[in-house]
Design a protein around this ligand. Structure first.
Ligand SMILES: Cc1ncc(COP(=O)(O)O)c(C=O)c1O
Ligand SMILES: N[C@@H](CCOP(=O)(O)O)C(=O)O
Length: 470
């Protein structure tokens, strides 16, 4: 399996190199040359398998020579042994044909662990094989950072720098990142939004000298390995509900578009998917784009679902690449317009292709609070505010098509957002025991201006110092 950049001006790579490269050198995102197919029989045979085994079967066709079957099974088994639920990603029914897929049983209580626990082990294996060190830089709106820190803390071959928007993540999210004592972890509170952090991250990747000098690697969903690992739970949940013999729809709380893109990849691989429903919060750029065809930045609004406070949904570029017939020149044009004039218009045919598979719906602040309250009132189930945007969107889809089951992705544990939950249902979900200590542990972070040069200088200096002590 080979990978090409959505912007067509970076070298074609194998999986192992894509894993370390993160963003392509031309600023694009790597995508497989073609999507491997899973036959109906292979999909049906996933039923009843342990999650680690099912995910190894789904991920394997993307890896080429990088890991053989036995190595991959060992990696998935080890990755998912850190989860606190034996099913890894269990389904719970909350209404007729409405199911919640709990993706928050990993160590940091968010769906990011599902991919990150595997990615961390894959990267470590490849770095060891090549006798390399890497500097991982990640941008987070709260959850990716904690998951990356958990996956890489204490590893000898990596230094991890996480940029999060200063004062715009929940207390629990911040403490999960800032209370980790490992010397290879560096948390940066950026005076800006997640979009600012991600744009600095991308500029670092485009700076060939910086990239080389620190051995830059990325763990955001711009890294294809993240998307592939997330594809697995679309298969396992759909199969549990009767796929491939029936269609299943999905509602996905969306920010950077990595999670819902994984659902799209599952569909490309042969999973019969009804609709992929994008749930947004007030940062509703994707809902506006699907409605009007105009992708237009309007600045980030802070909400009670802060991990989705994103306007530049990076992985949307991978979808555009496909619906524009993989014409990299067109993608360069769209992304150039986004840089220069903060928007672009999706042409009619690609827009129709998107609408054929996706729909989008925004939950504004009152909708989110009402959805948490309603679900609790009707079922006793507590949604976190991100999952609530998904369920809100899922109910709209069910109103149109009540016959197709819909799986709504619960991307975070409610205890990560106790204020939002308390506002809706009058009680605060307690933090699971294994995280209780973060509430009064010492915090360690550096506040930096929203300035790529200052961030690059900080990272270079710390990475150099870390290498000098090895
Ligand atoms: C809890 C939670 N839900 C939803 C999302 C949105 O996922 P994506 O960025 O893959 O669209 C995120 C962040 O990415 C998140 O942390
Ligand atoms: N919501 C994310 C934002 C980054 O998303 P990623 O999936 O691209 O890593 C977060 O919590 O950091």
């Amino acid at each position: 399996m080979r990978y090409i950049s959505t912007r067509g001006e970076a070298p074609e790579l194998a999986f192992e190199d894509v894993l370390l490269a993160g963003l392509a050198s031309d600023g694009g995102l790597y995508a497989p040359v073609s999507y491997p197919g899973l036959a109906r029989g292979d999909i049906a045979s996933l039923a009843g398998l342990p999650y680690a085994e099912a995910s190894a079967r789904i991920i394997a066709p993307f890896l080429g020579e990088a890991f053989d079957g036995a190595e991959l099974r060992a990696l998935t088994q080890c990755a998912y042994s850190s989860f606190r639920h034996s099913a890894i990603a269990p389904l719970t029914q909350i209404a007729d044909n409405l199911f919640v897929l709990e993706l928050f049983h990993g160590p940091t209580l968010a769906f990011k662990d599902v991919a990150m626990q595997l990615l961390g082990r894959m990267m470590d294996a490849v770095l060891a094989r090549r006798d390399l060190r890497a500097t991982i830089v990640g941008a987070t709106s709260g959850d990716t950072g904690a998951a990356a820190i958990e996956a890489f803390a204490g590893l000898d071959r990596v230094d991890v720098f996480i940029l999060y928007p200063h004062e715009r993540v929940s207390d629990v999210q911040r403490r999960q990142m800032t209370t980790v004592e490992a010397a290879n972890i560096h948390t940066i509170a950026l005076r800006g939004s997640f979009d600012d952090a991600q744009s600095i991250l991308k500029s670092l990747f485009r700076d060939a000298r910086f990239r080389e000098s620190v051995g830059l690697a990325g763990v955001n969903s711009i890294n294809w390995a993240r998307v592939v690992a997330q594809t697995a739970y679309y298969f396992t949940s759909a199969v549990a509900l009767g796929a491939p013999h029936r269609e299943v729809s999905f509602a996905v709380p969306t920010g950077n578009f990595g999670d819902v893109l994984a659902g799209y990849v599952a569909e490309r691989m042969g999973l019969p998917v009804g609709k992929l429903v994008i749930g947004t919060n007030s940062n509703d750029i994707l809902a506006r784009t699907l409605a009007s065809g105009r992708y237009e930045l309007r600045g980030v609004t802070p909400t009670q679902s802060p991990s989705m406070d994103i306007q530049i949904s990076s992985n949307f570029e991978r979808l555009l690449f496909d619906v524009y017939g993989r014409d990299a020149a067109q993608i360069r044009g769209l992304m150039g317009a986004l840089d220069q004039s903060k928007g672009f218009t999706v042409a009619p045919a690609p827009l129709e292709a998107i609408r054929a598979e996706f729909e989008a719906s925004a939950a504004y602040e009152a909708d989110t609070t009402e959805e948490i309250a309603r679900t609790y009132r009707e079922t006793g189930y507590i949604l976190d505010p991100h999952a609530a945007t998904g369920v809100h969107a899922a109910r709209k889809r069910l109103a149109i098509d009540p016959a197709t089951p819909i799986v709504s992705l619960a991307t975070a544990h409610p205890a990560k957002f106790p204020d939002a939950v308390e506002r809706a249902i009058g009680k605060r979900p307690p933090l699971p025991e294994h995280l209780a200590h973060i509430l009064d542990a010492r915090e360690r972070f550096t506040v930096l201006d929203n300035d790529a040069g200052k961030v690059a200088a900080f990272i270079s200096e710390r990475a150099r110092a870390a290498r000098a002590t090895v």
